[in-house]
Structure formats: structure tokens, C-alpha cells
Design a protein around this ligand. Structure first.
Ligand code: ZN
Length: 178
């Protein structure tokens, strides 16, 4: 992840940590009352899904536990299970929305591993298209994000609600989905 050319992430790295402030952006999303403003797509029992404000690619989602915890090995089993269930749902929604050719799915754990917010674990889901691999090597500002994030949010939020109409939470641990 860290090697990807992502100039739009720079304001995030530079400015989103006000001097003296240590507020966690994920905890802010946990407690916010305006999901659209914070780009929260779905809230489960243990985790939520949000868009990355400075995406590596269009449709870049993150699955985030509510708990402010930085190590996967310290998450309880229901949280780990829900992270993967929500990841599956996210993949289905992204497939329906964008038909990507593949995905990068994973966690950067610890600053040494490239985690932007190391104190609060988050799993990335990044859609990939065959043609986009060249942006890892071509340093140019010709790359554009086809949709602004609010438009992406509205589209994916509506699609999520349509595909998973139960909406609130993950009530059945072994629910079947088609
Ligand atoms: Zn946090």
C-alpha cells in the first residue's frame, strides 16, 4: 500500500492531525451522528464500513472495529468474524457498482508496516483494475479519481441498502446471503 502513488493523500498526512490534537478519526466516525458527513456506509454490531477520504482508488473502503485497538490479535472473535463478513458484503457491493478486476484487501498493522492510523486497526478494501497497475511506476499527475467522494458515497450507500435490505446490524452470525 505504501508504495502506491497517491498524491491526494498528502493533505491527510499533513493536516488531519491538528497540533496538540490526538483525536482518532475512526473514533470520531464511531461517535458521529451524521453518517453521510463522515462517509460511514454501514454500521454493524462490532464494526463499521467507511470510505477512505483520500482513496488509493475509487471505491476504497475500510472496515473498522468500533474499539480503539491497534492489533488484530487483540480483537475478540465476534469482531474478527464481523470484519470478514462485512468485507464480503463490501466486495459484493463494489463488484455490483464498479465491476473491478480484482481487490487489495488487507491490514497495515503498526506504523512500521505503513499504517496511517496505527492506533486504530482498519482493514482496507481497494478495488483494482488491470490498467491501474501502471500508476505504481508512472509518476505523473495524469491520474484522476472518476467520482468525487460524496457521489461515490451516495451511490454505494444506496446500493448497499438495496443489496442488504435488513440494514441494521449483523443479527445472525450464520446468516446466509446470496
Ligand atoms: Zn480510535
Amino acid at each position: 500500500m505504501k508504495q502506491l502513488w497517491a498524491p491526494w493523500r498528502m493533505p491527510y498526512l499533513k493536516n488531519d492531525f491538528p497540533a496538540g490534537g490526538h483525536e482518532c478519526i475512526f473514533c470520531r466516525k464511531v461517535h458521529c451522528e451524521d453518517d453521510a458527513k463522515e462517509h460511514v456506509l454501514f454500521r454493524g454490531q462490532h464494526c463499521f464500513i467507511t470510505l477512505n477520504l483520500y482513496p488509493y482508488n475509487n471505491g476504497h473502503m475500510m472496515v473498522v472495529p468500533y474499539r480503539h485497538i491497534g492489533k488484530l490479535e487483540e480483537l475478540d472473535e465476534p469482531t474478527v468474524s464481523e470484519m470478514m463478513r462485512l468485507t464480503q458484503r463490501a466486495l459484493r457491493v463494489l463488484n455490483a457498482a464498479y465491476a473491478p478486476d480484482g481487490f487489495n484487501i488487507g491490514i497495515n498493522q503498526g506504523e512500521a508496516a505503513g499504517a496511517g492510523i496505527a492506533a486504530h486497526l482498519h482493514q482496507h478494501i481497494v478495488p483494482r483494475w488491470r490498467g491501474d497497475t501502471n500508476y505504481m511506476t508512472v509518476i505523473a499527475e495524469t491520474r484522476t479519481i472518476p467520482e468525487w467522494i460524496d457521489q461515490t458515497y451516495e451511490r454505494l450507500k444506496a446500493l448497499w441498502a438495496e443489496m442488504f435490505p435488513e440494514g441494521k446490524g449483523e443479527k445472525e452470525p450464520h446468516e446466509s446471503e446470496t
